[in-house]
Design a protein. Structure first.
Length: 237
């Protein structure tokens, strides 16, 4: 999903070359390292440098970050105002009628419901986003950029403490879009919540093995390394 989104940005008929292309590549690297905030900043800079479609990716990521932050405040109207603002921007031109942006809109609406712990509403919205994305993928079209609807479904179910639903969502994502780092981390975290230490050890080990040594490690990799120090992870399975 991530590589498809980047390929589309690089192939668009604009001035997305040189500095813009480098910023898009930087955004890709930061997103792959769980640094969504810096990825959004890079996409914003890429849009200024001429990569027109990078702007809507930045808006989507900013909305996602804001919705996750809003959860800490119970999804109050004030905390969700930035997300609503991003949705209003996505509803404008030139993105109003684009299918990939439509998927992203439903992801953000689901994230707003999750911030308020409105599980039933969240379920309807995220499943619609996943269905839209699946149909687009079957037609060879992109879904939500950077954070796919499939991955977001797992993240949101995990956020609202529905761990079996989260695991099912991550497994579906793994089958549909592949075992991205976000999916692997999600499977590890849900396994911890479900007291499935064997799976948690395996998934955290896979996540660590995917990390390039020498790079500055994000908290997610540190989390994995800490869990792997448990005696249960050293026991042959």
């Amino acid at each position: 999903m991530l590589s498809i989104a980047i390929a589309i940005l690089l192939a668009q008929p604009s001035d997305c070359a040189g500095k813009g292309a480098a910023l898009v590549a930087s955004a890709q690297a930061h997103a792959g390292a769980f640094d969504v905030l810096q990825a959004a900043a890079d996409f914003e800079a890429a849009a200024i440098a001429g990569c027109t479609d990078a702007e809507v990716v930045a808006i989507y990521l900013r909305g996602w970050i804001a919705s996750r932050d809003a959860y800490r405040f119970g999804g109050s109207p004030e905390s969700l105002a930035p997300v609503q603002g991003m949705l209003e921007r996505m509803d404008g031109e030139p993105w109003r009628s684009r299918g990939d942006v439509d998927v992203a809109r439903f992801v953000l609406r689901a994230a707003m419901a999750a911030a308020q712990s409105e599980r039933d509403e969240m379920s309807l919205l995220i499943e619609h986003a996943v269905d839209l994305e699946s149909r687009r993928q079957s037609a060879g079209l992109p879904g939500a950029p950077i954070i796919s609807a499939h991955e977001a479904a797992g993240d949101l179910w995990l956020q609202v403490h529905r761990y079996e639903d989260a695991r099912r969502a991550y497994l579906r994502a793994a089958e549909r879009i592949g075992r991205t780092r976000r999916v692997i981390l999600g499977l590890a975290r849900t396994a911890v919540r479900l007291s499935d230490s064997a799976t948690a050890c395996d998934e955290y080990a896979t996540l660590v093995s995917s990390w390039r040594s020498g790079s500055v490690e994000p908290s997610e990799i540190a989390e994995a390394r800490t869990f792997l120090r448990q005696p249960s992870c050293a026991t042959p399975r």
